[in-house]
Design a protein around this ligand. Structure first.
Ligand code: PEP
Length: 250
């Protein structure tokens, strides 16, 4: 059965002390336990975050990882480094990684393979740019991102995949896809899964929406039948907002 998930991507925000304070504030607000809650702090705060969230329902994720097992890749973080500190979830394919760090569908397919080979859960992000939507090619773009980055994986690995549809034009812009636009794309994605991977996997895979989700628009977006939760950027940096969005899932 697919899970309800709200994940916070902190990006390059919060130093160690700020991260600790934010996690404390989230825990104190006791987010709803029927929703799986994920936070993705910067690398340097992951180990402390894992310790701080032990015994809660909060899962700690990394925002990225390298595709190689190890080696001469200055500044990079490997899958085993994450596993070694009990981080078992990773966000891959965020539009900022694609746009600013040149991550292609082919590279993401390699990262996905490495993560799955080590049994990590992957939150796989994808979504069209504004120009794609304006020219009506958004379905085609999304389909290509999924086919080239993800559809090669084995059936058994799908239980470790969470999809996050994030239209780039809605990320950090304050412009949200309407609940109808989100549902239309999520339904398209689920149908793609059904036709290419199988009905059970299509039914069981959580598809999150990301793009300017806030406490006041979350419940309407989350009420759509194919929207299983959200990937939250800006609003995940304030405990009140993040927990307010989690409440929108209930
Ligand atoms: C994101 O970066 O994944 C995101 C959804 O950001 P925001 O919520 O700030 O639009």
């Amino acid at each position: 059965m697919r899970k309800k998930i709200v994940a916070g991507n902190w990006k390059m925000n919060n130093d160690a002390a700020q991260a600790e304070a934010l996690i404390d504030a989230i825990i104190n607000k006791k987010p709803d336990t029927s929703t799986k809650v994920v936070i993705a702090p910067p690398f340097v705060s992951l180990q402390a975050a894992v310790a701080q969230t032990r015994g809660t329902n909060i899962i700690v994720a990394a925002q990225n990882m390298h595709q190689a097992e190890n080696g001469a890749y200055t500044g990079e973080i490997s899958v085993n480094m994450l596993k070694g500190i009990n981080v078992n979830t990773v966000i891959l394919g965020h539009s900022e990684r694609r746009a600013y760090f040149g991550e292609t569908n082919a590279l993401l397919a390699e990262k996905v393979n490495t993560a799955l080979n080590h049994n990590l859960t992957v939150i796989f992000c994808f979504g069209e740019e504004l120009a794609d939507r304006q020219t009506g090619s958004h379905f085609e773009v999304v389909e290509r991102q999924l086919r080239e980055g993800l559809f090669h994986i084995s059936e058994s690995d799908w239980s470790n995949i969470v999809l996050a549809y994030e239209p780039v034009w809605a990320i950090g812009t304050g412009e949200t896809a309407s609940p109808e636009q989100a549902q239309e794309m999520h339904e398209f994605i689920r149908t793609l899964l059904r036709n290419n991977i199988g009905s059970k996997i299509a039914e069981d895979t959580s598809i999150l929406y990301g793009g300017s989700v806030k406490p006041d628009n979350a419940s309407e977006i989350f009420s759509k039948p194919d929207v299983d939760g959200g990937l939250i950027g800006g609003a995940s940096l304030k405990a009140d907002d993040f927990v307010g969005i989690i409440k929108g899932m209930a």
